[in-house]
Write a protein that binds this ligand. Structure first.
Ligand code: SAH
Ligand code: SF4
Ligand code: F3S
Length: 454
């Protein structure tokens, strides 16, 4: 019998990528095999993101491409889940315009997917099942991980911060942390299976507050904070690199900053979204810090770890942003000297407070500011890239380069991509690499055979 096939198309952040690994794991447990082409798979799951209008549009574009495959093979099953589905407006659109969708579920009932899917597959029903709120986090779900040597570990779900531009608190619900023992157990299992790098995930990992499940021999008791969790994970044998995402500046504690000095496996890298440089805008964004506080954090981080690589997220064109406000962002960006920055044009999100703010910024001004900001960021990155020239650093080789099939690609501790020649047997290993060509957006290197203390 020919096995039925599946594909999962993922939009959005690492949390969604991690959820898609669970969905893929569930489908494999149900006997489906992976098909690399989503239009050809018997089952296609689209895991949506709603953080900006672009993400919404891209989803509808991909969903539209499934119309013909569905007409040619009415037996195929299309499922849609993720953050967009927590908003009624999108469910209404699906019902009205996309009759080839068979199953819709949300971010809070992902663990129910096998049950819902079985009903759709066996009874040929159409199901829409969305939960408004999250319950306790489901444990022990399967996962088909993308790489054997690096893995995402979700430590919490949801967000309580309600930044005024952001849809995430409405799509992911309130913060819920996994028990620290469960996180540690997952990391130990991954290490035993050969994983070298883990990325701890949460919308705001700094406010992790896991309650100990009291299991025997546990190093945790009562409520556990993020720094404490990190210190225990740092002791797991076999895990050579630890990263985490995302940190909110308002909750970045001194204890966590100190971990960059004391935890030997914590990568010297942090993603610390600033969003804006103007205190007036930060206040209207409801970020609960000002630029002086943010700069103080950067100073502390660099003191604890002088060569730490710092990246950020910035929004331009938030409602009411004046030219002066924007210049404060440029000023802050220059002061910090980011290793990389993800820049976004403000996008109105339905149901958020900022949707109702007056003085929305005209498109051409937003684009003009966006381009000016990019120029500043790129010139900083150009300078930073020079520091890599001829340096020798450990690189985790991740696979074949996407841009050049005869090269391998890997990542430095600072999370920069390096392309290098080499044998595929290097994939999954951490090797010393000498950077031979450092360009603004790409690094090239070769395996270093000399003495190294990296
Ligand atoms: N939890 C993370 C961010 C998740 S969303 C944090 O707080 O840091 C990722 C990024 O998308 C945000 O940092 C922000 O820069 C951007 N973003 C969120 N909502 C947006 C909107 N409405 N318009 C433009 N960018 C937005
Ligand atoms: Fe959105 Fe703010 Fe929460 Fe990040 S902290 S997910 S930007 S509301
Ligand atoms: Fe998008 Fe949801 Fe992540 S809105 S950014 S997929 S939490």
């Amino acid at each position: 019998m020919i096995k039925k096939t599946y594909n999962v198309v993922t939009f959005g952040c690492q949390m969604n990528e991690r959820d898609s690994e669970t969905i893929a794991g569930m489908l494999e447990n149900m006997g489906y095999t992976y098909c690399p082409e989503f239009k050809e798979a018997d089952v296609c799951v689209l895991n949506t993101c709603s953080v900006r209008e672009n993400a919404d549009k891209r989803f509808f574009g991909v969903l539209g491409q499934l119309k013909n495959p569905h007409e040619q093979n009415p037996g195929r099953i299309t499922c849609v889940c993720g953050c967009m589905m927590q908003q009624q407006v999108h469910i209404d659109t699906l019902k009205a315009k996309y009759p080839w969708v068979d199953l819709v579920f949300g971010t809070h009932n992902l663990h129910e997917f096998p049950k819902l899917f079985a009903n759709v597959a066996e009874q040929h029903e159409k199901i829409i099942d969305i939960w408004k709120d999250g319950t306790a986090l489901a444990e022990d779900l399967p996962a088909k991980r993308e790489y054997p040597f690096k893995a995402y570990v979700s430590i919490m779900q949801g967000c309580n911060n309600f930044c005024t531009y952001c849809i995430v608190p409405y799509t992911r619900g309130r913060e819920r942390s996994r028990a620290p023992e469960k996180v540690l157990e997952e990391v130990k299992c991954l290490a035993a299976a050969g994983t070298k790098e883990i990325m701890l995930l949460g919308q705001n990992v700094n406010s992790y507050a896991g309650i100990s499940d009291g299991s025997e021999g546990s190093p945790f008791y009562g409520k556990t904070g993020f720094a404490q969790l990190l210190k225990e994970i740092d002791k797991v044998e076999g895990i050579e690199r630890i990263r985490f995402m995302t940190s909110h500046p308002k909750d970045l504690s001194d204890e966590l900053i100190e971990c960059f000095d004391s935890c030997s496996h914590l990568c010297r890298q942090i993603h610390l979204p600033v969003q804006a440089g103007s205190d007036r805008v930060l206040k209207r964004m409801n970020r609960h810090y000002d630029s002086a506080h943010y700069l103080q954090l950067i100073e502390k981080l660099r003191k604890a770890c002088p060569d730490i690589a710092i990246s950020t997220d910035i929004i331009v064109g938030f409602p009411g942003e004046t030219e002066d406000d924007f210049m404060s962002t440029i000023e802050l960006v220059s002061k910090v000297g980011y290793d990389s920055a993800f820049t976004f044009i403000y996008s109105v999100r339905h149901g958020t407070p900022a949707e109702k703010y007056e003085d929305q910024i005209p498109e051409e001004i937003k684009h003009d500011r966006f381009n000016r900001l990019l120029d500043v960021i790129h010139s900083i990155q150009e300078e930073k890239a020079k520091l890599y020239q001829d340096a020798v650093m450990p690189v985790l080789v991740e696979g074949v380069s996407k841009t050049n099939g005869s090269m391998l690609t890997g990542r430095t501790e600072s999370n920069k991509v390096v392309d290098l020649p080499g044998d595929k047997t290097l994939i999954g290993q951490i090797v010393p690499v000498k950077i031979t060509k450092a360009q603004t957006f790409s690094l090239y290197g070769e395996v270093y055979k000399g003495e190294t203390n990296g």
